[in-house]
Design a protein around this ligand. Structure first.
Ligand code: NAD
Length: 299
């Protein structure tokens, strides 16, 4: 029996749950939100959706007692960026929300793996780890997995090659200081720096970093991309895939995105990258931005 509890059933939480049903990754899904009427209605609607495929997934509006025996608790509760607002701006307001949620989840007897989507996701993942007291491998943030998928999409559009053959990744903060590790990026086995002009790569990196702002300008929020990233992580855990994903993971004394191996235990390990000089500077910069944000947090 695979049990997933989702806290926060707004745009992101609902996009995740509907995909969790269609991928049949879970046997039991529990919804928790401040808005009780909404989740009562959503649980009914989703149960009917599950029935369309003749699945026997149990879906209910629950409470924190349901965290007992859950394999995964997904946190997608919290405030969203306003137009033009940075993710880091949300830090203190979402920290308060995360603190109260994690306390209740742990009081409910949870002993599984947390997946965190709430922004700023690296800092909120750090906070979830701290407030839960769980081992570091059992708290994972979506991090730059979404940014890496956006990067692959843009590159594939530019050079007309399947995303499957594009090995290019974003690391660091899921935010303005993230960067692409071009020195290690390849198309198939050919170094990308030998095939695509540097100016084009720089333009694509800029666009990758600014896509969220653009989407929010148009539709006020982003949700499907991160929801599918949550699905990918959930699948890697439930199927014990040992899949390498750029997710927010413990790095020294903070959380940030580096390639991490994900399996049934959560984060099996996080890899080090042999950066060139320019990338090392960017790495130190993004790390410092996250560290300063954590230090500034009202705890
Ligand atoms: P939303 O406003 O649509 O939904 C948030 C939900 O959280 C609401 O249903 C609200 O009732 C609930 N909530 C708030 N406080 C709660 C509490 N204390 N306990 C239980 N439920 C609570 O927001 P959204 O668009 O779904 O975004 C959710 C979060 O995900 C935001 O922080 C957003 O920035 C983040 N996000 C992250 C990524 C990423 O890549 N990591 C991408 C998109 C959005």
């Amino acid at each position: 029996m695979k049990k997933v509890v989702v806290v926060g059933l707004g745009n992101v939480g609902m996009a995740y749950v509907s995909n969790l049903i269609s991928t049949r990754l879970a046997d039991e899904i529990v919804l928790i939100d401040l808005n009780r009427d909404k989740i009562l209605g959503e649980a009914m609607d989703l149960s009917h959706a599950a029935t369309v495929f003749n699945t026997s997934i149990k879906i209910k509006a629950g409470d924190y007692k349901d965290c007992f025996g859950a394999d995964i608790v997904v946190i997608a509760a919290g405030l969203n960026q306003e137009k033009g607002e940075t993710r880091l701006n949300l830090i203190n307001r979402n920290n308060e929300i995360i603190k109260s949620i994690v306390k209740e989840v742990m009081q409910g007897g949870f002993d599984g793996i947390f997946l965190v989507a709430t922004n700023p996701v690296d800092i909120m993942s750090y906070a979830v780890r701290k407030y839960s007291g769980l081992p570091h491998n059992r708290v994972i943030g979506t991090g730059t997995l979404l940014d890496s998928e956006r990067l692959k999409y843009l590159l594939s559009q530019k050079i007309n090659v399947s995303t499957e053959n594009i090995h290019a990744y974003v690391v660091g903060e899921h935010g303005d200081s993230s960067f692409v590790v071009w020195s290690k990026s390849t198309i198939g086995m050919v170094p990308i720096l030998e095939t695509v002009p540097k100016e084009d790569l720089e333009a694509i990196e800029y666009e990758t970093k600014h896509l969220a702002y653009k989407i929010i300008e148009y539709k006020d929020e982003t949700s499907y991309g991160v929801a599918m990233c949550l699905i990918k992580i959930t699948k890697a855990i439930f199927n014990n895939e040992n899949l390498v994903l750029n997710v927010s993971s413990p790095v020294d004394d903070i959380y940030m995105s580096m390639p991490s191996v994900i399996n049934k235990d959560g984060i099996k390990g996080t890899m080090k990258i042999n950066f060139n000089e320019e990338e090392m500077e960017k790495y130190e910069n993004t790390k410092k931005i996250i560290k300063d944000a954590i230090d500034s947090m009202e705890v």
